[in-house]
Design a protein around this ligand. Structure first.
Ligand code: FA5
Length: 344
């Protein structure tokens, strides 16, 4: 039977070709040439019509099984070649896992911010809560209600940034005292950290710097409480051996008033540019809340007393980390900033 032989020969031929095939393109060519519309199988089956129905059935079944077999081998071979292709690709693009990874620098807190957080945490641990106020402030809160009259030197154009909308950039955090006392009744114990602005620039003065305001109002608050709290705070930051000096001073919103200096940690007291050769650096102003301020916010000065303080965060950071120029804190120079990695 010629057709049967032809089909078997076709099968063997297809198998041989498939065995040799190495690319997906060759596989496709084999599929087209054996199983395609004009392919070898169709060609053989052309003479099917000349056969008897029985023979036709037998040859038809044989042709189908050969077709199935070739298709099966085609599928398997396709999978195999694809797998080999992938393996070759992976080999070519092999990743060397022993290479060191690309270096991604991790960020860290700026020394001013970590000092701000450290100071805040000390006061929070003593029972103070955190209050906030706007940096764009009204003169009423920044000056008038703090008992700073219009002709006071602090209002001078030399110190204050005046804005076109009639407001100013706050020159200190003390307006938060007023805003807090207008809103809350005593007892009050708050700190108010934030940015403040002054026309000021030298190794210890920056036009933008940070302060933390403190305010405690209650019955029987005395100057002794103020000294005690500040001593605890300064010893927590600088250690028990810190040299502290209270100097009488003047602020329109406190009476009596004082300023506190710290023995210069940069030179150890022998004199340097940070302490301007005095051995001391001023870090805060403080005092007992002035009676006039209490009256203006509606707190009875007969019943309540209070203390307030305002400290410069950059000055504390400078003493803590022995930084010789405040401006270094704001240049954004990464060689400087990197030195403070991991301080908190
Ligand atoms: C005040 O700003 C008062 N509001 C402080 C105060 C609050 C007194 C409550 C009484 C009661 P003074 O101008 O001295 O005070 O500033 C306070 C601290 O801010 C200074 O001791 C200093 O540490 C810091 N400071 C002042 N000016 C600058 C500046 N330009 N750059 C960096 N730090 C400064």
């Amino acid at each position: 039977m010629g057709l049967k032989e032809d089909l078997k020969t076709l099968k063997e031929e297809a198998k041989r070709s498939l065995e040799k095939a190495e690319t997906l393109e060759t596989l496709n060519e084999i599929r087209v040439s054996f199983l395609g519309k004009k392919g070898k199988l169709k060609n053989i089956l052309k003479s099917l019509g000349k056969l008897s129905p029985e023979e036709r059935k037998e040859i038809g079944q044989l042709a189908n099984s050969i077709k199935d077999e070739i298709e099966k081998i085609l599928r398997e071979k396709t999978e195999l070649i694809k797998k080999q292709l992938l393996e070759n690709q992976l080999k070519e693009k092999k990743i060397d896992i022993t290479l060191p990874p690309a270096w991604i620098e991790s960020g860290s807190s700026h020394p001013v911010i970590s000092t701000l957080i450290e100071i805040s945490e000390i006061f929070i641990s003593m029972g103070f809560s955190v209050a906030e106020g706007p940096e764009i402030e009204e003169e009423k809160y920044n000056f008038d209600m703090l008992n700073i009259p219009p002709d006071h030197p602090a209002r001078d154009m030399q110190d204050t940034f005046f804005l076109n909308n009639g407001k100013i950039l706050r020159t200190h955090t003390s307006p938060v005292q007023i805003r807090t006392m207008l809103k809350n009744k005593p007892p009050i114990a708050i700190i108010a950290p934030g940015r403040v602005y002054r026309k000021d620039a030298d190794p210890t003065h920056s036009p933008m710097f940070h302060q933390i305001e403190g305010l405690l109002v209650d019955r029987n608050v005395t100057f002794r409480d103020l000294k005690g709290i500040l001593k605890i705070f300064l010893e927590s930051i600088f250690g028990k051996n810190v040299k502290i000096r209270f100097r009488p001073s003047y602020f329109p919103f406190t009476e009596p008033s004082a300023e506190v200096d710290i023995g210069c940690t940069v030179c150890g007291g022998s004199g340097c540019r940070v302490c301007k050769d005095t051995g001391w650096l001023e870090i805060l102003g403080c005092g007992m809340v002035d009676i006039q301020v209490f009256k203006d916010v509606g707190i009875d000065p007969e019943e309540y007393t209070g203390f307030a303080f305002g400290l410069g965060i950059e000055r504390i950071a400078m003493l803590k980390y022995r930084i010789t120029d405040i401006r270094l804190l704001f240049t954004g120079d990464m060689r400087f900033n990197r030195q403070f990695k991991g301080i908190r």
